[in-house]
Design a protein around this ligand. Structure first.
Ligand SMILES: O=C(O)CCC(=O)/C=C/C=C(\O)C(=O)O
Length: 287
């Protein structure tokens, strides 16, 4: 398949996984072919999916000869619903392990966005032999911000949108999500709204999970030193969901990490600065 002809529909796949306590059908997109595989893990916003989070980042990797797997985490998009009472980071990590086992992939590079970055760290701690290089954007659970009160304004707006999924609440959340809101189109809002309203069970389960356990993403800062993988941290200076100084904490904790901070950038660095981000990722993976 050439990079220019792939679509969400043509790359859409389902798989049944059994991993520990999990017995789930997962949805993923499988794009391109190559000896090396890059897995992309999306964030926790309502209506998020691998495709929604990373649609600007797939083609350059596929063209460069990587296979790209976009996993929809349990409780998002076309994957099965779950209520998470414990660590959602570890639940996602188990789902990823189940998927890699079925696909017979021994070792992968992982790009994680926000919750996806928290989950990447959980996966790396549990399966050090299965990881190549890591790219963490706007997440990774390096501990609380020293400067910004928690929960941050963005995380509060995500909660409001989960509880009341209206176009008004979606626009409020998206208005602090990116730095340059003029890049947000009505089409993007509508697609996101359609996605999130299509799975009211996922919305209700997220609210239920957060009530059962408000700490869905435990702090791994005391264990970061165990991760020996080369790691690229990417942050937006104006991230109003997971503040930029969290990236500094990860930089201090991860022995082989480097940090890139984009100016004029919110919580969606891979989308707002897609071209530079894609070049950086390719350079990081190949050197
Ligand atoms: O609560 C956290 O620390 C994670 C928040 C998070 O993952 C937000 C991500 C939002 C998106 O990626 C999205 O809505 O597309």
């Amino acid at each position: 398949m050439t990079a220019s002809v792939f679509t969400e529909a043509s790359t859409s796949r389902f798989v049944r996984i059994k991993e520990g306590d999990l017995d789930l059908q997962l949805h993923y997109n499988d794009v391109g072919q190559g000896a090396e595989t890059v897995v992309m893990l999306h964030g926790s916003g309502p209506g998020a999916s691998g495709w929604a989070n990373f649609n600007r980042n797939i083609e350059p990797l596929v063209t460069a000869g990587y296979r790209v797997i976009l996993l929809d985490c349990p409780g998002w998009s076309k994957s099965d619903p779950v209520v998470s009472e414990g660590s959602r980071s570890n639940l996602n990590a188990s789902a990823l392990k189940g998927l890699l086992d079925v696909l017979d992939l021994d070792r992968v590079h992982i790009i994680g966005n926000s919750m996806g970055a928290h989950s990447t760290v959980a996966f790396a701690l549990e399966n050090p032999e299965r990881i190549g290089k890591l790219i963490l954007m706007g997440g990774g659970t390096g501990g609380p911000s020293a400067f910004v009160p928690q929960p941050t304004e963005g995380i509060k707006l995500i909660g409001a949108l989960y509880r009341e999924p209206t176009i008004e609440n979606l626009k409020k959340m998206m208005s602090v999500f990116v730095f340059d809101t003029s890049s947000l189109t009505e089409e993007l809002f509508q697609t996101r709204l359609d996605n999130l309203l299509a799975r009211r069970d996922h919305l209700e389960n997220f609210v239920k999970s957060s009530t059962l356990n408000p700490k869905q993403f435990p702090d791994f800062s005391h264990r970061l030193h165990e991760i020996s993988a080369e790691t690229l941290l990417v942050w937006g200076r104006e991230d109003r969901f997971v503040p930029m100084d969290t990236g500094l904490r990860l930089l201090a904790g991860l022995p082989k990490a480097q940090l890139h901070v984009f100016n004029r950038c919110g919580h969606w660095a891979q989308w707002e600065h897609a071209d530079t981000f894609n070049r950086m990722v390719l350079d990081f993976l190949t050197h």
